[in-house]
Design a protein around this ligand. Structure first.
Ligand code: ZN
Length: 406
């Protein structure tokens, strides 16, 4: 009996002392793997997906223009713009040198790039470089999806320099570079697909779940209008930009993943109950292995029904402000009343202020660095790999898992 137990113990203790790959440069993606890179810039989201056949997608390359003590410092540093750092990361990690998809979940600077009057001009002279426009300037994009193409008038005409600059980028890229621009349509599972070897990975799917208050029901491609007609809504109750975020579920074999942009789940006091977008979304999505915190774990998110329905083993999110995550949100994520079993939480950029406020709750598994979810071929298991974000070393600083997909 002892002889059976001992080798196992020795193996476990060695593995604990030196997790495989720590201190080394990240091994490259190879066919069959699903890689989801949450790139740490300190200035918003930026998530690179490499699907099992090498199809690529970049979601929400943000660059918030907010400054001061309430926002995180830029990573690796401020010698380049967030867009430039993302371009360099993507070029390093991509098997090809173009993006099959880019996707803007909603029109906020931390997801698409704020407009900076002094930022660089594109070679075309037609738009300034920030966030998504800076990425598209340097990396060809085949298809770009957003929540309101081509009209940009829901819930009201979308104006301002950021949107004008974005639309100038779309116009030039679509007429001069052949970039397709499409409106993200909830319910569909054929808008983001494998473009290289779809038959080889038939159990891979990206399901569009929600945008603009239109939410998938979980049945076929059927959706339901969750927001009332705008004519019936007083101006102060109009849906916010965050509520309109595009949300999707990605599945690969047994592995399921949810990303909901900045949708909200806890209406402000006195606000209509339909401001809760998370509840109908959760009913359609069901349990997942990995979920991105909605709205960076801010105070108005991760309601009890949503958390207990998705019940993720792993939560991930990008931090750029001390309100992310809200202590009450973290309390719900950790609550075994809401769902049983262990769960691990990973953040890109916790500030000292964040850590002080959430100190009485259990520590996050990781508080700094790029977060890579690397799913094994077939989807049965995955690891969470943390990469150094202090410089472009692409070195592994921690490995968590493997986790079994449920
Ligand atoms: Zn955001």
């Amino acid at each position: 009996m002892l002889s059976k137990v001992l080798p196992a113990l020795v193996f476990v203790s060695l593995a604990a002392a030196q997790p495989q790959g720590v201190g080394e440069v990240l091994p490259p993606w190879s066919p069959g793997m699903l890689d989801i890179h949450r790139i740490s810039t300190g200035k918003g989201d930026a998530v690179l997906y490499v699907f099992p056949d090498g199809t690529s997608m970049l979601v929400d390359p943000g660059a918030t223009g907010r400054q001061g003590p309430r926002v995180t410092a830029q990573r690796p540093d401020s010698s380049r713009t967030p867009g430039e750092w993302v371009v360099r990361y993507v070029k390093r990690m991509l098997p090809g040198q173009s993006l099959d998809y880019a996707f803007v979940t909603h029109f906020h600077g931390d997801h698409m790039g704020d407009y900076f009057p002094k930022s660089g001009m594109s070679a075309s002279g037609k738009y300034r470089l920030t966030g998504i426009t800076e990425v598209g300037e340097h990396i060809p994009i085949r298809k770009l999806l957003d929540r309101d193409s081509p009209d940009y008038n829901y819930p009201e005409p979308l104006k301002g320099q950021m949107m004008e600059n974005y639309r100038a980028f779309l116009a030039w890229q679509s007429t001069q570079r052949g970039m397709k621009v499409e409106r993200f349509q909830p319910g569909r599972n054929d808008q983001i697909v494998l473009v290289k070897e779809p038959r080889k990975y038939a159990d891979f799917e990206v399901r569009n779940v929600a945008a603009n208050g239109e939410i998938w029901t979980g049945v076929g491609t059927v959706t339901r209008r969750h927001f009332p007609p705008l004519a019936d809504v007083p101006p102060q109750d109009r849906p916010s930009e965050n509520m309109c975020s595009a949300a999707f579920r990605l599945s690969y074999g047994k592995f399921d993943y949810f990303s909901g942009g900045d949708i909200t789940g806890l209406p402000d006091e006195g606000a209509p109950l339909w401001h809760d977008v998370e509840t109908p979304v959760a009913k359609a999505v069901g349990p997942v292995d990995v979920a991105v915190l909605n709205h960076h774990g801010y105070i108005d998110t991760e309601n009890a029904f949503f958390v207990s329905t998705l019940r993720p083993r792993v939560h991930v999110f990008s931090v750029w402000s001390p309100g992310q995550p809200c202590p009450r949100v973290l309390g719900r994520l950790l609550s075994t009343r809401l769902y049983p079993g262990p769960r691990d939480i990973f953040a890109t950029n916790m500030t000292e202020a964040n850590k002080i406020v959430v100190a009485n709750l259990s520590r996050l598994k990781s508080e700094h660095g790029h977060i890579l979810i690397r799913v094994e071929p077939g989807g049965a298991r995955y690891k969470v790999i943390i990469l150094d974000d202090a410089a472009e070393t692409y070195k592994v600083t921690a490995v968590h898992g493997p986790y079994e997909s449920m």
